[in-house]
Design a protein. Sequence first.
Length: 337
Amino acid sequence: MAIDVKKLVVHYVDKKDDDTQIHLRNDEMAVNDKVAVFIEQLHHAYNGKPGKGYCAFSGDKNSIVASAMQSYRNSELGFWRMTEQASAVLKEELDKYAFNETGYLVFCHYQYVATDYMLIAMINIKEHYSITSELDLASSRHLDISRMQLAARIDLTAWDTQAEDNRYISFIKGRAGRKVADFFLDFLGCEEGIDPKQQSQVMLNAVEDYLSEQQFDKSEKDDLRKQVFDYCNDCVTTGEDANVSELSQTLTKGDDNPFESFCKEQSYDLEESFPVDKKTVTSMVKFSGLGGGVSISFERKHLGERVTYNEATDTLVIKGIPPNLKDQLQRFMESDD
C-alpha cells in the first residue's frame, strides 16, 4: 500500500568526542515521488528491525518533545519548529553519552493504512565505491537505511485513542552495550511499557498448552503451529500487533473450546493485542542452536521423524542430511583418503 507523506525535515548531526553539532535544514523538504519512495523504504526497514521496545510519554521525564509534537498536531507550532525543539533535546542527551554519532536526523509525519505515524530516525552514512569509464576510483555517500539503530516511531492514532495502553511508541533497542535504549527513552521523555518478547513467550506457552489439550495428531499440531507462525510473521512485516481473537480463529476447529476462551480460563498474562518478537515465535516452527563450533537448525515437524534426539546420550541423529552438506562431507572424505 502507498504511504502518504505529510511532512519531512532532515537535519545533520555530527558528534565527535564530547562536542555535538546539529546543522539544521532551513525549511521543510518538498514532498514528491522521490520522497514517498524514500519514506516507504524507511517504513519497511523499520518494521523489519527485530527486538523493538515499546513505550509511552511519561510525565516524570523531559516532556519537551511530547509537548512540541502535541503543539504541532494542534496547529499551534509548525512542523519545522517542532523538529528544531526536538533536535535541541537530542543534542543535550547526546552530550551525556560517550558514543559518537554522525548522520542525518529524519523527522517524518506520514500515513499508512489509515494510521498516522511520526518517525524519528538517525541514519548513518556509508561510502560506496565504483570504477569510472576511465578506470579511476570514484566514491559516493549513501544513506545506510538497513543498518539504522537510532529510531523511534510514534503511532499518533493510538496516542489519541489508546494512550492508556502505554505502547504507542516503538523504538529500536540497538546493539548491546551502547545504552541506545536509555538514550532514546530519555530523548523522547518515555518509559518502557509492554515487553514483546515476554508477551510472545506467554502466547507460545498458551498455544502449546491449548494444543496439548486438543485431540489433534502430530501433523495437525505442526500445521497449526505453522499457521500461527505465519500470522505472527505477517504482523511483524506490517508492523501490526498480534490479536488473540485472530489467533483463536487460526487455532480453533469448531466452537467447542476456542483458544480465546482457553486463555481467559487459564488466566494467562496475555494482552488482547501485543507486538510480536519474531525470534521468539520462530521457536514455534524451528529448533536451532549453536555452541562449541557447531550450529544446528531444523524445522520442528522433523523431530521424531528425520531427526531424533536421545536425551540419555545427548545425541541427535539426522536422516537425510541436506544435499549440499552431504556433498561437502563426501568431498572431504575423498580428499582425506
